[in-house]
Ligand binder design. Sequence first.
Ligand SMILES: Nc1ncnc2c1ncn2[C@@H]1O[C@H](COP(=O)(O)OP(=O)(O)OP(=O)(O)O)[C@@H](O)[C@H]1O
Ligand SMILES: Nc1ncnc2c1ncn2[C@@H]1O[C@H](COP(=O)(O)OP(=O)(O)OP(=O)(O)O)[C@@H](O)[C@H]1O
Ligand SMILES: [Mg+2]
Ligand SMILES: [Mg+2]
Lengths: 255, 255
Amino acid sequence: NKRVITVSNQKGGVGKTTSVVNIAVALAKRGAKVLVIDLDPQGNASTALGIPHQSGVKGIYDVLISEVPLNEAIYQSAEAEQLWCSPATIDLAGAEIELVDLKNRELLLKHALLNSETEFDYVFIDCPPSLGLLTVNALVAGSEVMIPIQCEYYALEGLSQLVKTIALVKANLNPTLELSTILLTMFDNRTNLSAQVVEEVREHFPEQTLDSVIPRSVRISEAPSFGQSVINYDPSSAGSIAYQEAALEIAKKGA
Amino acid sequence: NKRVITVSNQKGGVGKTTSVVNIAVALAKRGAKVLVIDLDPQGNASTALGIPHQSGVKGIYDVLISEVPLNEAIYQSAEAEQLWCSPATIDLAGAEIELVDLKNRELLLKHALLNSETEFDYVFIDCPPSLGLLTVNALVAGSEVMIPIQCEYYALEGLSQLVKTIALVKANLNPTLELSTILLTMFDNRTNLSAQVVEEVREHFPEQTLDSVIPRSVRISEAPSFGQSVINYDPSSAGSIAYQEAALEIAKKGA
Ligand SMILES: Nc1ncnc2c1ncn2[C@@H]1O[C@H](COP(=O)(O)OP(=O)(O)OP(=O)(O)O)[C@@H](O)[C@H]1O
Ligand SMILES: Nc1ncnc2c1ncn2[C@@H]1O[C@H](COP(=O)(O)OP(=O)(O)OP(=O)(O)O)[C@@H](O)[C@H]1O
Ligand SMILES: [Mg+2]
Ligand SMILES: [Mg+2]
């Protein structure tokens, strides 16, 4: 695969899933072949992309733990023709503990992607809000990391832990891994706080921080309740336009 | 201790820390003796309560892993006279993996609380957004569970996993554990979605769901950037009043 982008931040509710879903849809609608891997046991990305993920469906858990080929655990999303998803089923909730005793436990996702017959332009991996073995698998499998950062006070608190974890994985397990993209989300122009967070993040990560900032928007949070990305739910809304701009910037970074 | 309330939800960003901090301050200002245990390696609750938690400070990690007595790892918060906090230091980030091989790994926090000399009216345990060994320790140590639920679409998705985990802990490790409280947070009266989530949660959990609902409010998200709870930062704001009402309801439940 050309670009495998791991989307991670152990701070919860910062817009990891929302960013994966909307950027993946935007890129697929522009003609790229895109795969989303839902590595969060809650299965929010699977739901947002309309992929059935009840118990019994073959999902990413079966790929990791039972060595089911990835091709047998991916499904096409109705959100865009060229968009596929490997869903998170409920079994994934036990995976963190099951992985501990497996050989090559950090390399399982990487191997599954390498052995996959289908070639994608982009693979996005949606991580749970933690730095456990599922996230480590994603960091080992990825060629890039995207960190969504919420424009709120706690945003910077866990960042150094995450940057350290990325550096550790790069040093020991995946030398090609790069922190390529930082995306600022839920910008609220009613508060000074949002502007302060943007300024601080741009100062610390001038190269990686995207120009486009995602606004806090009711249309974005409503879209999944209609089973859609905001790109399809309300194409000309501020949120949809911001995600399309972010997708373009990401495409350019790799061009 | 009279009431040990574990605050958990593996969905990220739902208001666990914000609820622990503001309810603890509200109860302490009404005269109760309150302890907050910050079990999230990000240390957001420690920051919000103004407790130093840089590496080297004795925190809850030392209590769990090095058997430091709890009394030696608690500090008084400037937010209220009767309010104490055992902070999360950076070493807690490695605890999930370190706990796996320890004997009685699920009982460490329970034992630390039982051996503590100081008696509190309330102990609140702020959990990380995951269902790993740190959260299990909190569920074993707790007498009650409070689940904050965000009034957003994904809110109900992970709930059944959490309720199952609570039932498992109750059956195997802590028979006294009760899911006593559900608190609805970030209610946005601009969307129908919020009202739908409230209705559904009240239907499923009529006994446990508090009457007071916390509104989405800029004052709440700004308060930690001033090193304060919203209770002290803007006492008569809608957010502060809602948290004070929630604190009163919680006090009444146990009366
Ligand atoms: N720009 C936005 N404006 C308004 N609401 C948003 C925005 N982005 C995300 N949301 C909403 O905020 C909540 C958190 O977003 P999301 O679930 O994508 O975060 P996450 O980082 O994936 O969370 P988790 O840590 O649980 O995986 C969701 O209810 C989502 O609909
Ligand atoms: N009622 C509210 N109105 C507006 N913003 C809020 C409200 N409650 C919390 N927030 C903000 O939303 C973000 C998430 O809240 P918080 O950190 O308390 O959630 P959490 O569940 O503890 O997150 P995590 O899963 O990372 O531990 C924070 O930036 C916080 O300031
Ligand atoms: Mg998510
Ligand atoms: Mg928290």
